[in-house]
Design a protein around this ligand. Structure first.
Ligand SMILES: [Zn+2]
Length: 330
Protein backbone atom coordinates (compact mmCIF):
# COMPACT_ATOMS: atom_id res chain seq x y z
CA UNK A 1 0.00 0.00 0.00
CA UNK A 2 1.27 3.41 -0.96
CA UNK A 3 0.81 6.07 1.68
CA UNK A 4 -0.94 8.47 -0.72
CA UNK A 5 -3.88 6.02 -0.86
CA UNK A 6 -4.90 7.35 2.58
CA UNK A 7 -6.22 10.52 0.89
CA UNK A 8 -8.82 8.46 -0.99
CA UNK A 9 -9.87 6.12 1.82
CA UNK A 10 -12.87 6.49 4.09
CA UNK A 11 -14.18 4.15 6.78
CA UNK A 12 -16.70 1.76 5.18
CA UNK A 13 -18.60 1.75 8.43
CA UNK A 14 -18.94 5.46 9.29
CA UNK A 15 -17.31 7.38 6.43
CA UNK A 16 -14.60 8.84 8.66
CA UNK A 17 -11.03 9.56 7.54
CA UNK A 18 -8.57 6.70 7.66
CA UNK A 19 -5.22 7.16 9.39
CA UNK A 20 -2.10 5.04 9.46
CA UNK A 21 -2.02 3.95 13.12
CA UNK A 22 1.29 2.14 12.81
CA UNK A 23 3.30 0.23 10.25
CA UNK A 24 5.52 -2.69 11.18
CA UNK A 25 6.96 -3.48 7.76
CA UNK A 26 7.90 -1.44 4.72
CA UNK A 27 9.50 -2.55 1.44
CA UNK A 28 10.96 0.38 -0.44
CA UNK A 29 8.15 2.92 0.00
CA UNK A 30 5.42 0.31 0.11
CA UNK A 31 3.60 -0.34 3.40
CA UNK A 32 3.49 -4.13 3.73
CA UNK A 33 2.18 -4.77 7.26
CA UNK A 34 0.29 -2.10 9.17
CA UNK A 35 -2.84 -1.11 11.03
CA UNK A 36 -5.14 1.63 9.75
CA UNK A 37 -7.70 3.27 11.98
CA UNK A 38 -10.78 5.40 11.54
CA UNK A 39 -10.46 8.88 12.98
CA UNK A 40 -14.15 8.97 13.81
CA UNK A 41 -15.18 5.52 15.08
CA UNK A 42 -11.75 4.06 15.93
CA UNK A 43 -12.37 0.88 13.94
CA UNK A 44 -9.16 -0.76 12.82
CA UNK A 45 -8.32 -2.27 9.44
CA UNK A 46 -5.19 -4.24 8.67
CA UNK A 47 -2.72 -4.01 5.86
CA UNK A 48 -1.56 -7.58 5.15
CA UNK A 49 1.03 -8.47 2.50
CA UNK A 50 0.79 -4.93 1.11
CA UNK A 51 -3.00 -4.91 0.70
CA UNK A 52 -5.40 -2.96 2.95
CA UNK A 53 -8.19 -5.31 4.04
CA UNK A 54 -11.61 -3.74 4.47
CA UNK A 55 -13.64 -6.87 3.74
CA UNK A 56 -14.25 -9.00 6.77
CA UNK A 57 -14.40 -12.31 4.94
CA UNK A 58 -15.67 -14.17 7.97
CA UNK A 59 -18.81 -12.01 7.93
CA UNK A 60 -19.47 -11.86 4.21
CA UNK A 61 -22.55 -13.70 3.15
CA UNK A 62 -22.03 -17.22 1.87
CA UNK A 63 -22.98 -16.49 -1.74
CA UNK A 64 -20.61 -13.56 -2.17
CA UNK A 65 -17.80 -15.44 -0.48
CA UNK A 66 -18.28 -18.43 -2.80
CA UNK A 67 -18.20 -16.29 -5.93
CA UNK A 68 -15.09 -14.50 -4.71
CA UNK A 69 -13.43 -17.78 -3.77
CA UNK A 70 -14.22 -19.48 -7.08
CA UNK A 71 -12.89 -16.59 -9.17
CA UNK A 72 -10.02 -16.08 -6.77
CA UNK A 73 -8.82 -19.63 -7.37
CA UNK A 74 -8.82 -19.05 -11.10
CA UNK A 75 -7.07 -15.73 -10.84
CA UNK A 76 -4.31 -17.08 -8.65
CA UNK A 77 -3.79 -20.18 -10.81
CA UNK A 78 -4.13 -19.01 -14.38
CA UNK A 79 -1.41 -16.91 -15.84
CA UNK A 80 -2.94 -15.05 -18.72
CA UNK A 81 -0.54 -13.46 -21.09
CA UNK A 82 -2.47 -12.09 -23.97
CA UNK A 83 -1.35 -9.24 -26.15
CA UNK A 84 -4.94 -8.87 -27.38
CA UNK A 85 -6.06 -8.05 -23.89
CA UNK A 86 -6.00 -4.27 -24.29
CA UNK A 87 -8.17 -4.57 -27.37
CA UNK A 88 -10.63 -6.81 -25.53
CA UNK A 89 -10.72 -4.41 -22.59
CA UNK A 90 -11.45 -1.45 -24.90
CA UNK A 91 -14.24 -3.48 -26.53
CA UNK A 92 -15.90 -3.77 -23.11
CA UNK A 93 -15.34 -0.09 -22.32
CA UNK A 94 -16.88 1.28 -25.50
CA UNK A 95 -17.01 4.19 -26.29
CA UNK A 96 -14.07 5.02 -23.97
CA UNK A 97 -10.58 5.30 -25.48
CA UNK A 98 -7.18 5.05 -23.75
CA UNK A 99 -6.72 8.88 -23.79
CA UNK A 100 -9.75 9.13 -21.50
CA UNK A 101 -7.71 7.66 -18.64
CA UNK A 102 -5.05 10.40 -18.65
CA UNK A 103 -4.67 12.29 -15.36
CA UNK A 104 -7.84 10.83 -13.84
CA UNK A 105 -8.35 9.30 -10.41
CA UNK A 106 -9.96 5.97 -11.23
CA UNK A 107 -11.77 3.20 -9.36
CA UNK A 108 -12.13 -0.32 -10.70
CA UNK A 109 -14.95 -2.39 -9.21
CA UNK A 110 -13.67 -5.99 -9.20
CA UNK A 111 -10.07 -6.01 -10.40
CA UNK A 112 -9.38 -9.76 -10.33
CA UNK A 113 -5.69 -10.21 -10.86
CA UNK A 114 -5.23 -6.59 -11.91
CA UNK A 115 -4.97 -6.81 -15.69
CA UNK A 116 -7.27 -3.82 -16.31
CA UNK A 117 -5.86 -1.94 -13.37
CA UNK A 118 -2.46 -2.23 -14.96
CA UNK A 119 -3.71 -1.06 -18.37
CA UNK A 120 -5.48 1.94 -16.79
CA UNK A 121 -2.21 2.89 -15.08
CA UNK A 122 -0.24 2.51 -18.29
CA UNK A 123 -2.75 4.72 -20.11
CA UNK A 124 -1.83 7.59 -17.81
CA UNK A 125 -4.29 7.48 -14.91
CA UNK A 126 -3.18 9.79 -12.12
CA UNK A 127 -4.15 7.11 -9.60
CA UNK A 128 -6.02 3.87 -10.16
CA UNK A 129 -7.51 1.85 -7.32
CA UNK A 130 -8.53 -1.75 -7.99
CA UNK A 131 -10.78 -3.44 -5.46
CA UNK A 132 -11.70 -7.09 -5.21
CA UNK A 133 -13.35 -9.25 -2.60
CA UNK A 134 -11.36 -12.37 -3.43
CA UNK A 135 -7.86 -13.65 -2.78
CA UNK A 136 -7.02 -12.50 -6.30
CA UNK A 137 -5.89 -9.25 -4.64
CA UNK A 138 -2.67 -11.08 -3.71
CA UNK A 139 -1.89 -11.64 -7.40
CA UNK A 140 -3.12 -8.17 -8.39
CA UNK A 141 -0.83 -6.57 -5.81
CA UNK A 142 2.22 -8.48 -7.02
CA UNK A 143 1.38 -7.71 -10.66
CA UNK A 144 1.07 -3.95 -10.10
CA UNK A 145 3.23 -3.00 -7.11
CA UNK A 146 5.99 -1.62 -9.36
CA UNK A 147 3.57 0.97 -10.78
CA UNK A 148 3.59 4.17 -8.67
CA UNK A 149 -0.03 5.06 -9.56
CA UNK A 150 -1.70 1.70 -8.74
CA UNK A 151 -3.40 0.73 -5.48
CA UNK A 152 -5.01 -2.65 -4.69
CA UNK A 153 -7.59 -2.91 -1.90
CA UNK A 154 -9.56 -5.90 -0.63
CA UNK A 155 -13.10 -4.64 -0.21
CA UNK A 156 -16.77 -5.41 -0.71
CA UNK A 157 -18.29 -3.47 -3.62
CA UNK A 158 -21.40 -2.79 -1.50
CA UNK A 159 -19.30 -1.20 1.27
CA UNK A 160 -16.57 0.67 -0.54
CA UNK A 161 -13.96 2.24 1.76
CA UNK A 162 -13.58 5.47 -0.21
CA UNK A 163 -14.51 9.12 -0.29
CA UNK A 164 -16.52 10.45 -3.21
CA UNK A 165 -13.30 11.39 -4.95
CA UNK A 166 -13.04 9.56 -8.26
CA UNK A 167 -13.12 11.05 -11.77
CA UNK A 168 -14.03 7.75 -13.35
CA UNK A 169 -15.14 4.29 -12.23
CA UNK A 170 -15.43 1.16 -14.31
CA UNK A 171 -16.42 -2.45 -13.81
CA UNK A 172 -16.16 -5.08 -16.50
CA UNK A 173 -17.56 -8.59 -16.12
CA UNK A 174 -18.05 -8.35 -12.37
CA UNK A 175 -21.39 -6.75 -11.51
CA UNK A 176 -23.42 -9.63 -12.99
CA UNK A 177 -21.65 -12.01 -10.60
CA UNK A 178 -22.74 -10.11 -7.48
CA UNK A 179 -25.99 -10.97 -5.66
CA UNK A 180 -27.56 -7.63 -6.63
CA UNK A 181 -25.86 -6.19 -9.77
CA UNK A 182 -27.81 -2.92 -9.81
CA UNK A 183 -27.05 -2.23 -6.15
CA UNK A 184 -23.36 -2.91 -6.78
CA UNK A 185 -23.41 -0.49 -9.73
CA UNK A 186 -25.11 2.24 -7.70
CA UNK A 187 -22.57 1.73 -4.92
CA UNK A 188 -19.68 2.10 -7.37
CA UNK A 189 -21.25 5.22 -8.93
CA UNK A 190 -21.64 6.77 -5.46
CA UNK A 191 -17.84 7.17 -5.27
CA UNK A 192 -17.62 9.22 -8.48
CA UNK A 193 -17.45 13.01 -8.18
CA UNK A 194 -19.93 15.30 -9.93
CA UNK A 195 -18.66 15.77 -13.49
CA UNK A 196 -17.04 12.33 -13.48
CA UNK A 197 -18.05 9.27 -15.47
CA UNK A 198 -18.72 5.55 -15.13
CA UNK A 199 -18.51 2.50 -17.43
CA UNK A 200 -19.95 -0.96 -16.93
CA UNK A 201 -19.99 -4.12 -18.99
CA UNK A 202 -22.47 -6.89 -18.24
CA UNK A 203 -23.79 -10.12 -19.77
CA UNK A 204 -26.95 -9.46 -21.79
CA UNK A 205 -30.12 -11.53 -21.46
CA UNK A 206 -30.84 -11.02 -25.18
CA UNK A 207 -29.46 -13.81 -27.37
CA UNK A 208 -28.28 -15.70 -24.28
CA UNK A 209 -31.45 -17.73 -23.72
CA UNK A 210 -29.51 -20.90 -24.55
CA UNK A 211 -27.17 -20.11 -21.64
CA UNK A 212 -29.89 -19.17 -19.17
CA UNK A 213 -32.02 -22.18 -20.19
CA UNK A 214 -29.36 -24.88 -20.45
CA UNK A 215 -25.96 -23.80 -19.11
CA UNK A 216 -27.07 -21.86 -16.01
CA UNK A 217 -29.03 -24.71 -14.37
CA UNK A 218 -26.01 -27.00 -14.84
CA UNK A 219 -23.70 -24.29 -13.47
CA UNK A 220 -25.88 -23.63 -10.42
CA UNK A 221 -26.56 -27.27 -9.56
CA UNK A 222 -23.35 -28.94 -10.60
CA UNK A 223 -20.29 -27.20 -11.99
CA UNK A 224 -20.02 -24.31 -9.50
CA UNK A 225 -20.07 -26.88 -6.70
CA UNK A 226 -17.17 -28.93 -8.04
CA UNK A 227 -13.69 -28.40 -6.69
CA UNK A 228 -11.88 -25.82 -8.78
CA UNK A 229 -9.09 -28.14 -9.94
CA UNK A 230 -11.70 -30.75 -11.01
CA UNK A 231 -13.73 -28.15 -12.91
CA UNK A 232 -10.56 -26.86 -14.48
CA UNK A 233 -9.92 -30.32 -15.95
CA UNK A 234 -13.57 -31.03 -16.80
CA UNK A 235 -14.03 -27.69 -18.59
CA UNK A 236 -11.36 -28.73 -21.11
CA UNK A 237 -14.01 -30.90 -22.78
CA UNK A 238 -16.49 -28.14 -23.74
CA UNK A 239 -13.50 -25.90 -24.49
CA UNK A 240 -12.34 -28.42 -27.08
CA UNK A 241 -15.72 -28.15 -28.84
CA UNK A 242 -15.61 -24.36 -28.78
CA UNK A 243 -11.98 -24.28 -29.88
CA UNK A 244 -12.50 -26.57 -32.86
CA UNK A 245 -15.72 -24.86 -33.95
CA UNK A 246 -14.25 -21.35 -33.77
CA UNK A 247 -10.97 -22.24 -35.48
CA UNK A 248 -12.29 -24.63 -38.16
CA UNK A 249 -15.71 -23.19 -38.86
CA UNK A 250 -16.42 -19.66 -37.61
CA UNK A 251 -13.09 -18.09 -38.47
CA UNK A 252 -12.75 -19.40 -42.07
CA UNK A 253 -16.43 -18.82 -42.91
CA UNK A 254 -16.39 -15.26 -41.55
CA UNK A 255 -13.31 -14.53 -43.63
CA UNK A 256 -14.40 -16.34 -46.81
CA UNK A 257 -18.16 -16.72 -46.82
CA UNK A 258 -19.76 -14.02 -44.71
CA UNK A 259 -23.41 -14.62 -45.79
CA UNK A 260 -23.16 -18.25 -44.63
CA UNK A 261 -21.28 -17.28 -41.45
CA UNK A 262 -24.02 -14.83 -40.51
CA UNK A 263 -26.48 -17.71 -40.33
CA UNK A 264 -24.34 -19.62 -37.82
CA UNK A 265 -25.40 -19.99 -34.21
CA UNK A 266 -24.05 -17.17 -31.97
CA UNK A 267 -21.82 -16.01 -34.83
CA UNK A 268 -20.73 -12.52 -33.67
CA UNK A 269 -19.42 -13.81 -30.38
CA UNK A 270 -17.90 -17.08 -31.58
CA UNK A 271 -16.15 -15.30 -34.44
CA UNK A 272 -14.90 -12.72 -31.95
CA UNK A 273 -13.35 -15.36 -29.67
CA UNK A 274 -11.91 -17.32 -32.63
CA UNK A 275 -8.88 -15.01 -32.40
CA UNK A 276 -8.07 -16.32 -28.92
CA UNK A 277 -5.83 -19.24 -28.20
CA UNK A 278 -6.65 -22.31 -26.15
CA UNK A 279 -5.82 -20.81 -22.77
CA UNK A 280 -8.04 -17.75 -23.20
CA UNK A 281 -10.94 -19.82 -24.52
CA UNK A 282 -10.52 -22.23 -21.61
CA UNK A 283 -10.77 -19.24 -19.27
CA UNK A 284 -13.99 -18.10 -20.92
CA UNK A 285 -15.62 -21.53 -20.67
CA UNK A 286 -14.41 -21.94 -17.09
CA UNK A 287 -15.88 -18.50 -16.22
CA UNK A 288 -19.29 -19.55 -17.43
CA UNK A 289 -19.24 -22.74 -15.36
CA UNK A 290 -17.58 -21.62 -12.13
CA UNK A 291 -19.70 -18.78 -10.76
CA UNK A 292 -22.43 -19.66 -8.26
CA UNK A 293 -24.09 -16.33 -9.19
CA UNK A 294 -24.54 -14.97 -12.71
CA UNK A 295 -27.22 -12.61 -13.96
CA UNK A 296 -28.03 -12.00 -17.62
CA UNK A 297 -29.33 -8.45 -17.90
CA UNK A 298 -31.77 -7.05 -20.45
CA UNK A 299 -31.20 -3.70 -22.12
CA UNK A 300 -34.26 -2.25 -20.38
CA UNK A 301 -33.04 -3.30 -16.96
CA UNK A 302 -29.54 -2.03 -17.74
CA UNK A 303 -30.92 1.34 -18.92
CA UNK A 304 -32.76 1.58 -15.62
CA UNK A 305 -29.43 1.41 -13.71
CA UNK A 306 -28.27 4.58 -15.46
CA UNK A 307 -31.54 6.38 -14.75
CA UNK A 308 -31.17 5.37 -11.11
CA UNK A 309 -27.85 7.28 -10.81
CA UNK A 310 -29.13 10.20 -12.93
CA UNK A 311 -26.40 9.65 -15.49
CA UNK A 312 -26.14 12.19 -18.30
CA UNK A 313 -25.46 11.39 -21.94
CA UNK A 314 -25.77 7.65 -21.32
CA UNK A 315 -24.61 5.41 -24.15
CA UNK A 316 -25.54 1.74 -24.19
CA UNK A 317 -23.81 -0.36 -26.81
CA UNK A 318 -24.54 -3.99 -27.73
CA UNK A 319 -21.28 -5.91 -27.73
CA UNK A 320 -20.97 -9.02 -29.92
CA UNK A 321 -24.74 -9.29 -29.78
CA UNK A 322 -24.58 -10.88 -26.34
CA UNK A 323 -23.56 -8.25 -23.76
CA UNK A 324 -24.01 -4.58 -22.87
CA UNK A 325 -21.45 -1.81 -22.55
CA UNK A 326 -22.66 1.30 -20.76
CA UNK A 327 -21.12 4.71 -20.27
CA UNK A 328 -22.53 7.82 -18.63
CA UNK A 329 -21.58 11.02 -16.84
CA UNK A 330 -22.43 11.66 -13.23
ZN1 LIG B 1 -15.32 4.72 11.11
Amino acid sequence: MKEKLLDLLACPSCGGDILLAYASKYENREIIEAVLSCRKCDREYKVVRGVPRFADLSRIEQEKAETAENFGWQWTHFTQENEQYAEQFLGWLQPVKPEFFADKIILEGGCGKGRHTRLAAEWGAKEVVGIDLSAAVETAFEATRNLPNVHIVQADIYKLPFKKSFDYAFSVGVLHHTPNPKKAFVSLASKVKKGGAISAWVYGSENNEWITNYVSPMREKFTSRLSQPALYQLSKLPTLGVFLATKLLYKPLNKGAKPIAEKLFYNDYLYYISRFGWREQHNIVFDHLVAPTAFYISKDDFADWWREINAQGTEIIWHNQNSWCGFGKI
